[in-house]
Design a protein around this ligand. Structure first.
Ligand code: KIV
Length: 289
């Protein structure tokens, strides 16, 4: 039975759900017990209210990823993403969801300076969006920050492996951990974030063996993206899995081909406007009675 009332009838309907009982950081953390996760954790990215509404019933967590810089704003990387962007999109996703835990990415430059800077940014994200957790990138170097935040009431998702905010250090977005030293570093990073209190850890773009080792080495659930089926859950960028972009990265499965379908719908609309076959009487206001 539904625990919420939400009007999704038109684009002008009142979209905010009556608050329901959401997934929580402790409930997500508890999904992994004694090193095993019975039911894998389902996470997708969401940046807008309507997308959140559509994804929410199917997901344990919605991530307002800083990937919105590229997906929504056409930026070259996630580096220029601002707190203002994350606040605006985070609030929209919280308004459009009632069941999933909403986590918001901390943008580059908003947390690396010090634990205090991270607390100021994370608390602003929580106050302005209503999100229940934040995600930040980095391993051992960020462990004191994760510890600082979690001891001050801020649930944190870690993010190790391929960390896109470090693209200028990494030199690209290829899979990480092909060399032994880097593989060991990724495992050490995950362990440090785990010990510091992250309630789950996103592991991005690593070889399957590393995913396996990380999943075994940490107590928190590991949410993979391009990190094989060895993880305790999976996350994808929604626009990738819906087929909104032409190139499909190896780790993405396309569940639809929305780019073609949107293009086709727009072409039909344009043809009909030019042929004056839209609007018809069905779409025209007439006097009543
Ligand atoms: O920004 C993002 O969307 C992410 C996911 C790819 C995990 O961090």
């Amino acid at each position: 039975m539904s625990t919420f009332t939400i009007d999704t009838s038109t684009s002008r309907a009142t979209p905010s759900p009556v608050p329901g009982k959401r997934m929580t950081a402790p409930s997500i953390r508890a999904r992994k017990a004694n090193g095993a996760t019975e039911q894998p954790i389902v996470m997708l990215t969401a940046y807008t209210m309507r997308t959140a509404q559509l994804l929410d019933p199917h997901c344990d967590m919605l991530l307002v990823g800083d990937s919105l810089g590229q997906v929504i704003y056409g930026l070259q990387s996630t580096i220029p993403v601002t707190m203002e962007m994350m606040c605006a999109h985070g609030a929209a996703v919280v308004r459009g969801s009632w069941h999933a835990l909403v986590a918001v990415d901390m943008p580059f430059g908003s947390y690396e300076g010090s634990p205090e800077q991270a607390f100021a940014s994370a608390s602003r994200l929580m106050k302005e969006t209503g999100c229940a957790a934040v995600k930040l990138e980095g391993g051992e170097a960020m462990a004191p920050t994760v510890d600082f935040l979690t001891h001050r009431g801020i649930p944190v998702i870690g993010h190790v492996g391929l960390t896109p905010q470090a693209v200028n250090m990494l030199g690209g977005y290829g899979a990480r951990g092909r060399e032994k030293r880097e593989a060991e570093k990724i495992i050490a990073d995950a362990q440090a974030i785990d010990r510091a209190g992250a309630f789950c850890i996103v592991l991005e773009g690593v070889l399957e063996d590393i995913a396996n080792d990380v999943a075994k080495a940490v107590e928190a659930p590991v949410i993979g993206i391009g990190a094989s089926a060895q993880c305790d859950g999976q996350v994808l960028v929604t626009e990738d899995m819906l087929g909104l972009f032409e190139r499909t990265p190896r780790f993405v499965k396309r569940y639809d081909d929305l780019a073609s379908r949107i293009g086709e719908a727009a072409r039909t609309y344009a043809d009909e406007v030019r042929a004056r076959t839209f609007p018809t009487a069905d779409q025209t206001y007439r006097p009543k009675g």
